[in-house]
Ligand binder design. Structure first.
Ligand code: SP5
Ligand code: ZN
Length: 316
């Protein structure tokens, strides 16, 4: 198993997000990934690798040209302390542009693509420590702390070599990944998340969103109530594994958010730390080459332990 990490993410560090008109400390902060990295460095230092630099065309295969240029040029024009909350290409007020946002977002994509590269080379399990996260980023829209859709870009890259299933276990629905693959039948998107009636992204993640055209039947949403426990979650997880088996993909990508943890400050499920090992073990039972992409998770102090628990299940 390999872990991919770059420290370029630290430069993307917006001071606040805006929630219902109120300015709050930015939850998607560098300390999140530092917590995971520091924990894994103690346990698995020899497995940690830096990313390669991939050409921009991998991003352009998924994101609109104008959107990519906007992010690049607008990031570059900002003075050192400036923060931009744009009026277009944006879904919400959680996704500001700062001077180093473009650099961090492209580096996060490199971390994902490097993971995919190792999977292609025959590595059974790779964990890409992506930050900023990606699953809320659509073809030409950023949102929910996400700028480029790391998992989608990696999935598209792997899809040139065989069918890909994406299992999204972040607390929030991955509206971006869903939108990007909605018309495709070579990439299956399955998500377990909080009922969007009550939680972000509110506008998508419902059961009746099943794909379109050739993609019909290749998008599956499992919205769950707030307060979902380990046992309840496990039951649904098993259903998604059945969906994945029926699809018989060549590769699996896990969009792994740890905001399902019981003490997550913005989540609302009740999953416990040892249960992430159970999730890992269940996913491992698929016996597929697996790329884990880091998405959300905001209980900074627990993230290292959660990630390690998950990896222990995945690697046995
Ligand atoms: C990748 C990911 O997990 N993105 C999540 C984006 C969700 N943003 C909504 C956060 C709202 C938190 N503020 C509510 C606190 C009320 N005091
Ligand atoms: Zn999330």
């Amino acid at each position: 198993m390999k872990i991919i990490y770059s420290d370029k993410h630290v430069k993307h560090n917006p001071p606040f997000e805006i929630y219902d008109g109120v300015y709050e400390a930015y939850a998607e902060k560098p300390e999140r990934i530092m917590s995971i990295f520091n924990f894994l460095k103690e346990k698995r230092a020899k497995d940690i690798y830096p990313p390669d630099n991939f050409p921009i065309n991998h991003i352009l295969d998924i994101h609109h040209k104008e959107y990519v240029s906007f992010l690049k040029n607008r990031s570059a024009k900002l003075s050192s302390k400036e923060i931009l909350y744009p009026s277009y290409f944006i879904r919400d007020t959680y996704t500001p542009v700062t001077p180093k946002t473009y650099e961090a977002a492209t580096s996060s994509v490199d971390v994902a693509l490097t993971g995919a590269k190792y999977v292609l080379k025959g590595e059974g399990l790779v964990y890409s420590l992506c930050r900023p996260p990606g699953h809320h980023a659509e073809n030409k829209t950023m949102g929910g702390y996400c700028y480029f859709n790391n998992a989608a870009i990696a999935a598209n890259y792997l899809s040139k070599h065989g069918k890909v299933a994406i299992l999204d276990i972040d607390f929030h629905h991955g509206n971006g990944t869903q939108q990007i693959f909605y018309d495709r039948n070579d990439v299956l998107y399955i998500s377990i998340h909080a009922d969007p009636k009550f939680k972000f992204p509110y506008s998508s993640g419902f059961e009746d969103e099943k794909g379109r055209g050739e993609g019909l039947g290749y998008n599956k949403n499992y919205p769950l109530p707030l307060g979902t426990t380990d046992e309840e979650y496990l039951e649904i997880l098993k259903k998604t594994l059945k969906d994945i088996k029926d699809f018989s993909p060549k590769f699996l990508i896990v969009s792994a958010g740890f905001d399902t943890y019981e003490k997550d400050p913005i989540g609302g499920f009740k999953l416990t730390i040892p249960f992430y090992k159970v999730i890992g073990r269940q996913i491992n039972s698929l016996e597929l080459p697996t790329l884990v992409i880091q998405e959300g998770g905001y209980a900074v102090d627990a993230l290292g332990e959660i990630a390690y628990s998950f990896l222990q299940g995945l690697s046995k």
